[in-house]
Design a protein around this ligand. Structure first.
Ligand code: ATR
Length: 275
């Protein structure tokens, strides 16, 4: 019998850790599956997805720059994908219709709450950025019922649009938008969801957003401390984390969606750190 086939689709894709993560999950759980990486042409994501499922593929993860297209393409969306406006997980339902899910938000919440023991309930959170990555995680963050969540962005109108969108469903945590220089701290938790560090840039927030108890989470990860986390350490933040745990947690949630089995994540995170 051949193994069930899964893959991650992106462009570029060669750097992706997803095949490694899912093969460690498969080993650990004894699930019989194969997981590969597919580079879709920038102008033919849809054809790539159709071809994959026509060949009998069971599920796809989707990464940059196709998450919004995956969301548009699907015939059904889970509620969390609907709110996220983007999908990182695709599969066919029993009628053969394409379903889009988004596991990124669950990924960051589990990494913070379960792996790092950072509770979000009642906390003051500052989220930097208002692009697709931030929209993808806001729902699950707000579900944890922080006391307040401020979205600060270079383009304030985009942060305001997210406040309108998520304010409809989440009346409880106080939700607001501002520019980087208007964020007034200190915050309990700061999440960097901008892509500034890709260029080695820092979102220009005041050092006052960081206090002696502030925890900082950069959704990016890299072998070295990220630019943002280094800045936070220089301001004496209490603890800083990068997004490797989130990456493994979103993968575990996708694995669970597809297979109904939840892999252990801590040994996988530890292994990836040393590779
Ligand atoms: P992603 O999918 O990574 O979220 P995106 O939707 O293009 O990508 O969003 C990128 C985010 O990083 C945005 O919030 C962007 O700010 P704008 O909305 O003002 O464009 C932010 N960003 C990108 N480069 C930045 C920089 N050099 N300084 C600060 N913010 C930056």
């Amino acid at each position: 019998m051949t193994n069930d086939l899964y893959a991650v689709v992106g462009n570029p894709i060669s750097h992706s850790k997803s095949p490694r993560i899912h093969s460690l999950f498969a080993q650990q759980t004894g699930e019989a599956l194969e997981y590969t990486a597919i580079q879709a042409p920038l102008n033919d994501f849809v054809g790539t997805v159709r071809h994959f499922f026509e060949r009998g593929g069971k599920g796809l993860n989707v990464t940059v720059p196709f998450k919004e297209q995956a969301w548009t393409l699907a015939e059904h969306r889970t509620h969390r994908a609907e709110l996220a406006g983007a999908a990182n997980t695709l599969y066919l339902d029993q009628e053969g219709q394409l379903v889009a899910d988004n596991t990124d938000g669950v990924g960051i919440v589990r990494d913070l709450r379960d792996n790092h023991a950072v509770a979000l309930k009642g906390k003051r959170i500052l989220v930097l950025g208002a692009g697709g990555a931030v929209r993808g995680v806001l729902g699950p963050l707000l579900d944890e019922r922080p006391a307040g969540l401020v979205i600060a962005n270079r383009t304030v109108a985009k942060a305001e649009a997210l406040v309108r969108l998520f304010g409809r469903e989440h009346v409880d945590p106080e939700l607001s938008a501002c520019g980087f220089d208007q964020a007034v701290g200190p915050f309990d938790l700061i999440i960097n969801g901008t892509s500034a560090s890709l260029k080695g840039d820092l979102p220009p927030v005041s050092a006052d957003v960081i206090g002696a108890d502030t925890v900082v989470y950069d959704m990016m990860y890299s072998l070295q401390t990220t630019t943002f986390n280094q800045w936070a350490l220089d301001q004496d933040a209490r603890r800083v984390f990068d997004g490797l745990g989130m990456l493994v947690e979103q993968a575990a949630e996708s694995f669970h969606v597809w297979r109904g089995v939840r892999p252990g994540t801590l040994p996988v995170i530890e292994k990836l750190r040393t590779e």
